[in-house]
Ligand binder design. Structure first.
Ligand code: SF4
Ligand code: SF4
Length: 443
């Protein structure tokens, strides 16, 4: 019998599951970071003062792994400037002052796709990245088929983070795009098997997709146990197929590609109507939000505007998060823009935001026991105390910091409220920085 590697039960709090997605009114302004994806930032191709329309290219791919950025509202470019995001990174962003017209770029056309090369080129132009949070460019992920034939596509509809229901709504409201996405991957990747993994706390989405694909034996809708982090790709892979990806191994080498369900749908949308990724559904919820719901908004819309669209604050907010409570990051400014991979904005009242003071580690071992991939977060915390940078990175790497997926299970279970996931993020950043420096030095 297969071992269930994911076992943490967290409250689902999917209050907005029944809230159909509604478009927000055009925002007065958007701020579009050139780095909303893994890899090299996009490079601006417009100038201050230019008039731009929805779907117009404003940032072209900046490297081997990168993704283009498109205008998400019509209006005038008012600034190209550095902005500090809640990840702590400062990136170049294009600010567009909207004219409220949402005029579409007249040059938008359906891409011509007739073989693998033209398909991958079109997916690259779509600007679609991993919309479940990873933000890895989808074209680059699919490009792996050139060296590793893909047999199985695992479509990730788990949406295991508490509160977030935007993927859930997409599965209910846009199953037609999922059908098209499957067809594209079947045709151009030659994939033979499709598994749509959905946590069993979304029975309506499971039933709807089972009905949608009832005449297609190559598509299996799999009800997955509602345990966190079921949606992490290596966990979903194991629980859905029994396959294990080894440290350093590319998932594609197993003949499998994992793609988020909204990414698949957005890719299909571009291939069907030529409109690149310019908007997305965002769950706005939390105890300080007046009208929680699912709101479709242009990428780059501010958090403050999104909360206004959701009826504003019902009471003073103590904490605002982009993303879910397990993996999301707080923002201290309501002018923070939503980016391509923002699935949720959560605003909590003062009481729910109260932070427990960390106390000394009591060596209970719960963090290790509950890490879905068997890491030791206390070791990372110790490693971070090493003074010598090189020794510190070597120790972090020895303890496999690079495998940490920042799922937050360790922090969640820690009775001493240690900031474990924050430590892990710091360790990961150091390890990645050292790896980049080594690579560049070796060129
Ligand atoms: S955040 Fe990292 S160390 Fe902590 S439980 Fe998740 S994978 Fe394990
Ligand atoms: S869960 Fe917290 S208290 Fe327990 S060993 Fe881990 S860090 Fe220490």
């Amino acid at each position: 019998m297969k071992k269930k590697v994911s076992r943490l039960k967290v409250p689902h709090n999917k209050h907005t599951a029944g809230c159909a997605s509604v478009p927000v009114a055009p925002p007065p302004e958007v701020v579009l970071p050139m780095s909303m994806h893994s890899g090299a930032p996009a490079e601006p191709v417009v100038q201050v003062g230019d008039y731009v329309r929805v779907g117009q290219l404003i940032g072209k791919e900046g490297g081997e792994i990168s993704s283009p950025v498109y205008a998400t509202i019509s209006g005038t470019v008012s600034a190209i400037e550095p902005v500090k995001l809640n990840t702590g990174r400062t990136v170049t962003a294009i600010r567009i002052k909207g004219d409220g017209k949402m005029e579409k770029d007249p040059n938008i056309q359906v891409p011509e796709v007739h073989d693998l090369d033209s398909f991958l080129a079109a997916v690259q132009k779509s600007g679609v990245v991993g919309l479940g949070g990873a933000a890895f460019p989808v074209w680059k992920k699919l490009d792996a088929v050139r060296t590793n034939p893909v047999h199985t596509v695992l479509i990730n509809g788990a949406e295991c983070e508490p509160y977030i229901t935007s993927d859930h709504r997409l599965m209910l409201e846009h199953a037609d795009q999922i059908v098209k996405g499957v067809e594209y991957l079947r045709t151009y990747l030659k994939a033979e098997e499709f598994i749509i993994g959905i946590e069993n706390n979304k029975p309506d989405a499971i039933a709807h997709l089972e009905e949608t694909f009832k005449d297609d034996p190559s598509v299996k809708v799999m009800a997955m146990e509602s345990v966190y982090p079921q949606g992490a790709r290596q966990i979903l892979l194991y629980n859905a197929t029994g396959k294990v990806v080894q440290p350093g191994q590319r998932l594609a080498s197993l003949g499998v590609i994992v793609i988020n369900v909204t990414s698949l749908a957005k890719m299909a949308q571009y291939l069907t109507d030529g409109m690149p990724l310019v908007d997305r559904c965002v769950t706005v919820d939390g105890s300080a939000v007046a009208k929680p719901g699912n709101y479709v908004a242009p990428v780059g819309t501010s958090v403050g505007y999104m909360i206004e669209q959701a009826g504003g604050f019902s009471e003073p907010a103590g904490k605002v998060l982009l993303g879910g409570p397990m993996m999301g990051r707080t923002t201290t400014t309501l002018s923070e823009p939503i980016v391509k991979a923002t699935g949720a904005i959560l605003a909590f009242n003062q009481k729910d935001s109260a932070q427990m003071e960390p106390t000394a580690c009591i060596h209970c071992g719960r963090c290790v026991e509950n890490c879905p991939i068997g890491l030791n977060p206390t070791a990372f915390a110790r490693d971070l105390e090493i003074e010598d940078e090189a020794e510190k990175v070597a120790a972090l790497d020895k303890h496999n910091i690079k495998l940490c997926m920042e799922c937050g299970c360790c922090s969640y279970v820690c009775p001493a409220h240690r900031p474990l996931v924050q430590n892990n993020r710091e360790g990961l950043a150091l390890s990645k920085k050292a790896a980049r420096a080594k690579k560049e030095g070796g060129k």
